[in-house]
Design a protein around this ligand. Structure first.
Ligand code: CP
Length: 298
């Protein structure tokens, strides 16, 4: 039984194999009955559009079905049932569980009590490994990952997509550049771990000074829901915005990624630019999650 809780569950070869498989799926080279008769439990205790629907789409495209819970209020956790008991029960109803939870570490806890594979679809400010796999897949569609300069922009403290992606990029020959409002830097423990692995991490104050050298801009939303109060959130909103004027100074092959949803950090005028890859990125969630489901459910 294989759980996917953190991107650290993969080494580079395992990532590359999974992305190769997703590439075959993208070319329609897959068995549409591969997971016939299998049931995926989709437990989402935080809002989601992309992750939830693309996992549901992925299992359906492989011939399986899904059962789901969309909030704590909609299940017996509202009556006081623990996550552990919920998982013990649900693992008897399904062949795998995808879970999103506001608490960091919840997916790991779920894996301890599950008798079927658990996939972490986002645990608080922790990890979001399936997002990272589709992020890497999207980069690979435009350029080899090795040798790139990648800028992580936005909420690097609470942004789980940034945490998972930074960890994954440390497996490649990537120079990581960070830009964030003061107080929203990468967690020190993560930055230290990446540095120990030999990753070069360079912090910047202004995107204008580096735009001409970047291959990938990975832009993230300020994670409003993780702030202790609205005043501290409003202190850091609208700190940065990717605009066509900024991108005029970029390399021709620069790509702009965003896990979405966006708020105001990418000007909608960028959407028409050849640099904008974030909607393709969100669509890549289906083949990448199909490959993940085949890996853990077959
Ligand atoms: N990127 C991402 O996790 O989006 P959702 O919150 O819509 O699932």
């Amino acid at each position: 039984m294989q759980h996917i809780i953190s991107i650290g569950d993969f080494d580079r070869d395992a990532i590359d194999r999974l992305l190769d498989h997703a590439g075959q799926i993208d070319k329609k080279q897959f068995d549409a009955h591969a997971l016939e008769g299998k049931i995926l439990a989709v437990l989402f205790f935080e809002p989601s559009t992309r992750t939830r629907l693309s996992f549901e789409s992925a299992i359906a495209r492989l011939g399986g079905t899904s059962v789901s819970v969309g909030s704590m209020e909609a299940c017996s956790m509202a009556k006081g049932e623990t996550l552990a008991d919920t998982i013990r029960v649900v693992s008897g109803y399904a062949d795998a569980i995808v879970i999103r939870h506001p608490r960091e570490g919840a997916a790991r806890l779920a894996a301890e009590f599950s008798t079927v594979p658990v996939i972490n679809a986002g645990d608080g400010a922790g990890q979001h490994p399936s997002q990272t796999l589709l992020d890497l897949y999207t980069i690979r569609q435009s350029m080899p990952i090795d040798g790139t300069d990648v800028a992580l922009i936005g909420d690097l403290r609470y942004g789980r997509t940034a945490h998972s992606l930074a960890s994954a990029l440390s497996l490649y020959d990537v120079r990581l550049h960070t830009l964030c409002p003061t107080g929203l830097e990468l967690p020190a423990t993560l930055a230290e771990r990446l540095a120990e692995k030999g990753m070069e991490i360079i912090a910047h104050d202004s995107i204008d000074e580096i735009i001409g050298d970047m291959d990938v801009l990975y832009v993230t939303r300020i994670q409003r829901e993780r702030f202790p109060d609205s005043a501290s959130y409003f202190n850091v909103t609208s700190s940065y915005r990717i605009s066509p004027e900024l991108l005029a100074g970029a390399k021709d092959n620069l790509i702009v990624l965003h896990p979405l949803p966006r708020v105001d950090e990418i000007d909608p005028r960028v959407d028409a630019s050849p640099h904008a890859k974030y909607f393709e990125q969100s669509h890549n969630g289906v083949p990448v999650r199909m490959a993940m489901l085949m890996q853990v459910m077959q």
